[in-house]
Design a protein around this ligand. Sequence first.
Ligand code: ZN
Length: 351
Amino acid sequence: MPDSVIPVFDGHNDTLLRHVMNAGTAKEVSFFTDNKKGHIDLPKARKGGLRGGLFAMFVPSKYDDESGVPFDPEDPANFAPIDQPGALNFTNRMFAMARRWERKSDGQVVIVRTIAEARSAMSEGKLAMVMHIEGAEAIDKDFCALEVLYAAGLRSIGPVWSRKNIFADGVPMAFPSSPDTGSGLTDTGRELIVNCNDMGVMIDLSHITEKGFWDVAKLSTKPLVASHSNAHALSPSARNLTDKQLAAIRESRGMVGINYHVAFLRGDGAHDVNTPMDVLVRHAAYLVEKLGEDGVALGSDFDGCLVPDAIKDATGLPKLLEALRQSGFGEKLINKIAHENWLSVLERTGI
Ligand SMILES: [Zn+2]
């Protein structure tokens, strides 16, 4: 990898889900070869400077084996509750996939359990994976699965996806909409937050309702983090963060990872891949203004969203960083956004 490529640590991708859904079908591909359609594989990561990230394990309510499409946002069946044993089983499939990549990578892919391990792997040009759960349905109310998954390397949990569970309630993919769409943390949800704080597991607030956000803000002793969300003031999606939420994140020395999904970037919420890079740069500038230079990073949503053609996939990361440079972001700030802020906030969380 040329030294001129700035290393990137990214806050969110659904690459494991894509691989597990395609396993055993005609669409099965290797993580170690360039997959034409996917956003992340090892060759693309190397080319784009992607050296680490939170790798999400998300369990869909249903999916179509034929199309491989995880969900249609218009179909309520895709937001139906899921049972814990089934969710844990599906999560194990994704965790096992990550473990196989590590085992077969000849040392090039590493599941990291501390940020010291992440820094060391990234400096050697390896891909550092921090294991993350998106929507905690796999965790039982007695938190046995939490202990076992932690031992396997889990270090980050989004208590809820856009689907109610025993811990909290999630926002729908509504536009335009306030994120204040439902209830907050349940008693079991409060226990989850306390356990994660104790164990050194990051709580991810992307997808949670505004009530749930404020419940976590009150209870958690750690920085508030939204791994893949944008500014509601620029794109009024229920998935984005209001100025008041951004102020609370700043107050906690927390962070927001910028999501590349076109509908969460654009002011009109359109699903249009011809969304110029400037639209993303505007969110970056706005978030830096509201959160400070230590509060903004990247949260691509690669392999789980509609990425602007201007970025396309992980190979487009240098273009994104160049667009920040062109609009006046200095090198120090670009490095913070590219990787340093993620590593620092994870360290502040106790990982
Ligand atoms: Zn998500």
